[in-house]
Ligand binder design. Structure first.
Ligand code: NAP
Ligand code: HSE
Length: 429
């Protein structure tokens, strides 16, 4: 057997300690599968005195992650600190420059600076692996870069933030408003330190930007992802959507169109009986469509110690085996800058309108939709929400986002709405 692969791990939080535990628990298994031992030599975190859920006394402690990244007795630098800049980025660059490969779970960093890091790594003959960065324990990066390498990818989509999926499914099952479930999620420790990364759709947008790059051979471009979070999803919409046979999900979709690359992360309706519609709690699902393979559905835990550390370990074993792949599946200098395109693919839409209950109100609504070129597929009026208003639901036939924007702007001018109209795209999944 060759000499062991020596790891330097920076970051000993949820994921870092998970990796330490697997290295300790499965030392023999990992050695057999890799053809060499895997040993931790150096570690770093902020607080040396913190009680960790693993015995780390055998490893050399460094206060500064840069010392791990540059250590002579480290072959592979495992960055599990996080953050889209700062020490995570500096230490990865230092590790690459000092001849080390890198494994990371840092989606924010890859989404923001993946292209520069990939070019640096490849110019130095190093690899960066990041299976855990997208959808936690689900092996989506390896599936796309390796298993689907023979396919033209036509669409990638999925639910990639477990916290948002937990909030949306819990709102429906418990009949609770967004604010109450958000607070529950906070108390359960599900939310990122900055909750807007989760509920604002940013974390999931980072993941989608990474998948787009691999899928379409384009430079990762997070700024081009159209992002809307789940904050405006109300319990009313969740209930009404369910009445019409749908569930609301924070759904990411990336596809190449004649106008360019569409990347969007937004709350959408999906059929309740579809695989994505059935996805409950903190679980993630990624759907990839290839021109030969058809549709692949990957489902599993998108976060947490075990699942995320499992994905990090798969990268460590890959490096130990001597597998060397370009960062985004093809050489970084060959990745094309994609023309960003606002979503133009037609879809059906759901609209919820609170109308004054008076003669002619529905006719005015129908007239605006007609003027916008929107055809109504289904319409349902409910009993009185209050003395003076009635909720009306509309499901349209396929129409364009521009037509919907036109209607949303024009509807309040009818004078028959008692609150702002709500519209959500219905995605075909
Ligand atoms: P975490 O629990 O907050 O742990 C972060 C670790 O980094 C801690 O050990 C912390 O030290 C250390 N650290 C922070 N600043 C440091 C500094 N300046 N120098 C040295 N160490 C520093 O984070 P995590 O959840 O494990 O996440 C790690 C990475 O995995 C992030 O990129 C995250 O996005 C990604 N990820 C996480 C999950 C998940 O389920 N948690 C899933 C997928 C991807 P102390 O312990 O001493 O404070
Ligand atoms: N905050 C993320 C989630 C963690 O809820 O999915 C995993 O990336």
């Amino acid at each position: 057997m060759s000499s062991p692969l020596r790891l330097g791990i920076a970051g000993l939080g949820t994921v870092g300690i998970g990796v330490v535990k697997i290295v300790q628990k499965h030392a023999d298994l990992l050695a057999k599968r890799s053809g060499r031992g895997i040993a931790i030599t150096a570690i770093s975190a902020r607080d040396r005195m913190k009680n960790r859920d693993a015995d780390i006394s055998a490893y050399r402690w460094e206060d500064d992650p840069m010392a791990v990244a540059q250590a002579g007795d480290v072959d592979l630098y495992v960055e599990l600190i996080g953050g889209d800049n700062g020490i995570a980025r500096q230490s990865i660059e230092a590790a690459l420059r000092s001849g080390k490969d890198v494994v990371t779970a840092n989606k924010a960093l890859l989404a923001m600076h993946g292209q520069e890091l990939a070019e640096l790594a490849e110019s130095l003959g190093r690899v960066i692996r990041f299976e855990a960065a997208v959808a936690g324990g689900i092996p989506v990066i390896k599936t796309m870069t390796e298993s689907l390498a023979g396919n033209g990818i036509t669409r990638v989509m999925g639910v990639m933030n477990g916290t948002c999926n937990y909030i949306l499914t819990r709102m429906e099952s418990a009949g609770l408003p967004y604010e109450a479930v958000f607070e529950e999620a906070r108390q359960l420790g599900y939310l990122e330190a900055d909750p807007n990364l989760d509920v604002g759709g940013i974390d999931a947008g980072h993941k989608l930007a990474i998948l787009s790059s691999i899928a379409f051979g384009t430079r990762v471009n997070f700024d081009a992802v159209e992002i809307e979070g789940i904050e405006r999803v109300s319990i009313d919409d969740i209930r009404r959507a369910a009445d019409m046979g749908y569930r609301i999900k924070l759904l990411g979709v990336a596809q190449i169109t004649p106008r360019g690359l569409e990347q969007r992360m937004s709350p959408c309706l999906v059929p309740a009986d579809s695989p994505i519609g059935q996805l409950a709690g903190g679980t993630n699902m990624v759907v990839v469509e290839g021109d030969s393979v058809g549709q692949i559905v990957l489902r599993g835990a998108g976060a947490g110690e075990g699942p995320t550390a499992s994905a990090v370990m798969s990268d460590i074993v890959e490096v130990a085996r001597g597998v060397r792949l370009p960062v985004f599946g093809q050489p970084a200098t060959g990745l094309e800058p994609a023309q960003p395109a606002r979503t133009a693919v037609p879809a059906a839409y759901y609209m919820r309108l609170e109308l004054q209950d008076k003669p002619g109100a529905l006719a005015k609504i129908a007239s605006v939709l007609g003027d916008a070129g929107i055809s109504i597929d289904r319409m349902r009026q409910y009993g009185h929400a209050s003395d003076s208003s009635v909720p009306v639901l509309v499901v349209t036939h396929k129409t364009t986002p521009d037509a919907i924007d036109f209607a949303i702007e024009a509807l309040p001018r009818t004078g028959v709405l008692v609150s702002d109209p709500v519209e959500l795209r219905i995605e075909e999944v």
